[in-house]
Design a protein around this ligand. Sequence first.
Ligand code: ADP
Length: 232
Amino acid sequence: MSLIACDNVGFSYEGKPVLENLNLQVEAGDFLCVVGENGSGKTTLVKGLLGLLPPAKGRIALGDGVKRSQIGYLPQQSESQRDFPASVWEVVSAGTRSRGPLLTKQQKDRVRRNMERMNVLDLKSRSFTELSGGQRQRVLLARALSAADQLLLLDEPTAGLDPLVTVELYRMVAGLHRQGMTIIMITHDIPAALQHARHILHLSTAENFYGTTAQYAASPLGKLFAGGTTNG
Ligand code: ADP
């Protein structure tokens, strides 16, 4: 069974429909990029996948053994998060959703391992607010990994990062995917989606596209947005 299946899903705000007839399946090991202009419903879909907004129509089914609490979520960066007064270690530890103030040895090992994976262990005593944008995103990825065994949901992870740091972050996300993590990434970066994704969902006020990356590249929508880089 798929990790996530959306079956004719639609949402609405105060009776006004947003996203209609959405069908998609995210399999274990998949890399799905969700693209689309502002207002097309990307944030609404994220809220739906996290269980924060129930669909008005259709059904979102999670596969056996997947719990919403195990979806590692990297939110869009916001000013308030940047000013979060905590150390890097505390931020990443928060991903373990420990009930009390103390982590078990197992949880500490997990936090340390994920910090090593994201190359931020040497920052562990630093204040989160002092970090560069790229360092902050790697710390937040380590936090998301501490919550997630299988699935990461990344909401515009490279927004506001400079080009070199962006490439580095994509390289890290691709590495996690190679290690078996299933990735859903919201992005405005269509070239990056074409490079990394296995499937693409392009939300549009006209018509949505969902298919493999090759199908997207060959579609009229894909050709339009990829800047005519594909043939056929
Ligand atoms: P995106 O993330 O792609 O920019 P959103 O999911 O934020 O798109 O928004 C999709 C549509 O839903 C837009 O027309 C937006 O105005 C509307 N919308 C989003 N959130 C709300 C809300 N809380 N109440 C009413 N309308 C909303």
